[in-house]
Structure formats: structure tokens, C-alpha cells
Design a protein around this ligand. Structure first.
Ligand code: XIL
Length: 354
């Protein structure tokens, strides 16, 4: 089975042309030196990563690896309200324009993240006083402006992010819930569809991948939307994982109950954090998680895209948000591929018949 038994014991970057020289041991290894995006194309899977503006602007090699390996990108922060909607009637589009243009120049698709979230909101919004109607007008203006600007150029939007709390209920600590009430979820999808009828519209969340109380709540929410005729196309599984993770029956069952509703899934924010300093065995264990998740997405017909949250350990949210852990991504801080990279490569190569 692809993605198990990582047989790559040595890999190094050749000095020229970014070629990778492999020595392969063990059985049934299919990893090769084709970039991930080339291997993924054969399976009609989008493979991508989140992009941070700092290195995107400053580091040519960061941009080169991004364009070489991935055929879809998502902004780590640039599309969030705090970055893009800087005054009640003021928007900042330099960064998002640069990302979308880069994607087009390099034949990559774009995921938009995110239109409605309770975090990373601008001060003018969080410290203002708004009636329900004003809040609806603000939400509509935001979605019409941002989605409309990139209509036809963004393949999928995370329309609503993390609306369900860890207790399985709609978060009441969200400004949108407080100002509008539970209807804000359906409204956001309708506004997004109105602004770009071609874009796939997703609900995105964390810890709702296997079968558990939270994924039951996500399922109930999206089923209700589907039943009500709200334009929703898919569910994003963030998958910020702890090292040691493995795919189980629950993941397949959850993917398939969503498929039965007519919904896609995408793995939207994959990383696998490990205690620092990381060890070689830990990075091999991490590789199994990456291989497993990749093989899973390849095997489930409704899994359309797999994106990691960043791609190099030099730029990852993990060390700051989960203190004492890190090294969560497939490339190391010098942009050299790690065992996790080769596990993804092997799973994709196995599926593509290369
Ligand atoms: C994170 C970014 O990676 C950080 O740079 C930022 O400071 C906070 O947000 N779930 C999400 C993402 O949907 O938007 C979050 O991104 C990570 C968790």
C-alpha cells in the first residue's frame, strides 16, 4: 500500500538544478524525483501549501520550491479580515493580488481562506457597535468585494471557518454569532455564491476529521445547509496533527458520509508537530503520518485537495502556538525535503503508476 513502509533511507539535494538523489531500500517504494505536483496531476488531486507573505516577498528559493512542488496555494494570513479589510470601507489587496498573480503565472489554483472567522478581525470591527442589519451589510460588503474581486480566479473558498466550538455547538464567542445569530453561516455561503457562482464553497474546521462529537456537529451543520438548499460544496479538514497520528476507519466513515451528502472534502491545513528538538525516529514517524494522509486522500474519491500549512519548518505557526513543538512540515528550514516529503512523494508516485 502506498504511504506505508517508507523505504527511503538517504536523500540529498544535488548541488545543481535542485535534483534529488535517492537511495532506496526495502520493498514497494515508488518515490522518485518528480515534484509532488507532477505526481498529483496524474491522480487529479490538487497538492498545495499555505504561503506566508514575509518569505514569499523576500526569498526567491521559497518561491521556487512553492512553484515547483505545488499546484494549489492558500494564503496563511493575507485573505483574513485583519489583513485585507483594514477600514470599514478600506481594503488592502497588494498581498492577495500578488499571490493570485503568482499562482496564475505558475499554473497553480488558489484556495481562499477565509471569509468568516472569529479570529484575526480588524479593530474597527471588534471595537465598533453595530446593529444586526449593519453587521449583515458589513458581511455582505466584505464577501461581495473580496470574492467578487477574484471571481473566476479562486477555485475554492473557506467560507466559514471554525464556527463550531469544541462542545459541538455554534460558537457564541464569535462576533458573527453575537451580532447576527446562527443564520450568519447560511448567509455567508449565499453571499459567496452570489459573488462567484463558479467557486467551490467550503466549511472548514479542526478536530472534525474522524468520527467524534465535533465531526457529528459539523455533519449536522452541513447536512442542514444542504437540505436548505444553501450553496455548499465541501468540508475542509484542517488536520493540525500530533506526531504518531494514523488514519483510521473513522476518517473513511466520515469522508463517506459527507460524500453521501454530495460534498467534497479537502485536507486544508496539514502539519504534524513533534517535540523539539526532533529526532530521526520522530521524523520517520512523522513521515508515516504524511504518507497515510496522502494515501487516504488519494483513496477517497471525494477528497479533492491536500494542502500543508506552510511547507518549510523555517516558517510555521506551530512553534509559536504549540510551545516546545515544531518541525511540523515536509521541508526543513533550509528547504531540503524531509522524510515526510518522501512519504507524500511515494504515496503520490504509487497512485500515479510512476
Ligand atoms: C494561523 C496562522 O498560521 C498564523 O500565522 C496566525 O498568526 C494565526 O492563524 N486554523 C486556521 C488558520 O484556520 O487560519 C490558522 O492560521 C491556524 C489554525
Amino acid at each position: 500500500m502506498p504511504g506505508t513502509g517508507i523505504g527511503v533511507d538517504t536523500c540529498r539535494r544535488a548541488a545543481t538544478a535542485g535534483l534529488v538523489v535517492l537511495s532506496i531500500v526495502g520493498t514497494a517504494t515508488a518515490a522518485n524525483d518528480a515534484p509532488l505536483r507532477v505526481l498529483a496531476a496524474a491522480s487529479d488531486l490538487r497538492i498545495g501549501a499555505a504561503v506566508a507573505m514575509g518569505p514569499f516577498r523576500a526569498d526567491k528559493m521559497y518561491r521556487e520550491v512553492l512553484a515547483r512542488e505545488f499546484n494549489i496555494l492558500v494564503a496563511e494570513n493575507a485573505f483574513k479580515w485583519s489583513e485585507i479589510h483594514i477600514g470599514r470601507s478600506a481594503y488592502y489587496f497588494d498581498d492577495t493580488d500578488a499571490l493570485v498573480t503568482f499562482a496564475e503565472d505558475n499554473d497553480m489554483a488558489v484556495r481562499g481562506h477565509t471569509l468568516v472567522w472569529h479570529n484575526q478581525l480588524p479593530g474597527w470591527l471588534t471595537s465598533g457597535t453595530f446593529s444586526r442589519d449593519e453587521a449583515i451589510a458589513i458581511l455582505h460588503d466584505h464577501i461581495a468585494t473580496v470574492v467578487g474581486r477574484y471571481a473566476g480566479r479562486i477555485a475554492a473558498w473557506d467560507v466559514v471557518n471554525e464556527a463550531i466550538g469544541d462542545d459541538g455547538r455554534l460558537r457564541e464567542d464569535s462576533i458573527w454569532y453575537r451580532l447576527i445569530g446562527p443564520d450568519y453561516v447560511a448567509m455567508a455561503f449565499r453571499f459567496a455564491h452570489e459573488a462567484d457562482p463558479a467557486a467551490k464553497l467550503y466549511y472548514n474546521d479542526y478536530n472534525a476529521e474522524g468520527m467524534n462529537a465535533k465531526s457529528d456537529a459539523v455533519y449536522a451543520l452541513v447536512k442542514r445547509l444542504v437540505d436548505d438548499g444553501v450553496p455548499i460544496d465541501g468540508v475542509g479538514w484542517q488536520m493540525h496533527l500530533v506526531n504518531g497520528f494514523g488514519i483510521g476507519d473513522g476518517h473513511r466513515d466520515n469522508a463517506q458520509r459527507l460524500a453521501a451528502l454530495g460534498l467534497e472534502i479537502s485536507i486544508t491545513e496539514l502539519d504534524v508537530r513533534t517535540p523539539l528538538p526532533s529526532t530521526e525516529p520522530a521524523l520517520e514517524r512523522q513521515a508515516r503520518a504524511y504518507g497515510d494522509v496522502t494515501a487516504f486522500c488519494l483513496a477517497e474519491a471525494n477528497c479533492k485537495a491536500l494542502l500543508t500549512w506552510g511547507f518549510t519548518d523555517a516558517h510555521s505557526w506551530i512553534p509559536q502556538f504549540f510551545r516546545g513543538t515544531g518541525d511540523a512540515l515536509p521541508f526543513d528550514a533550509e528547504l531540503r525535503p524531509k522524510p515526510a516529503y518522501w512519504a507524500m512523494n511515494e504515496a503520490l508516485a504509487g497512485a500515479s503508476g510512476e
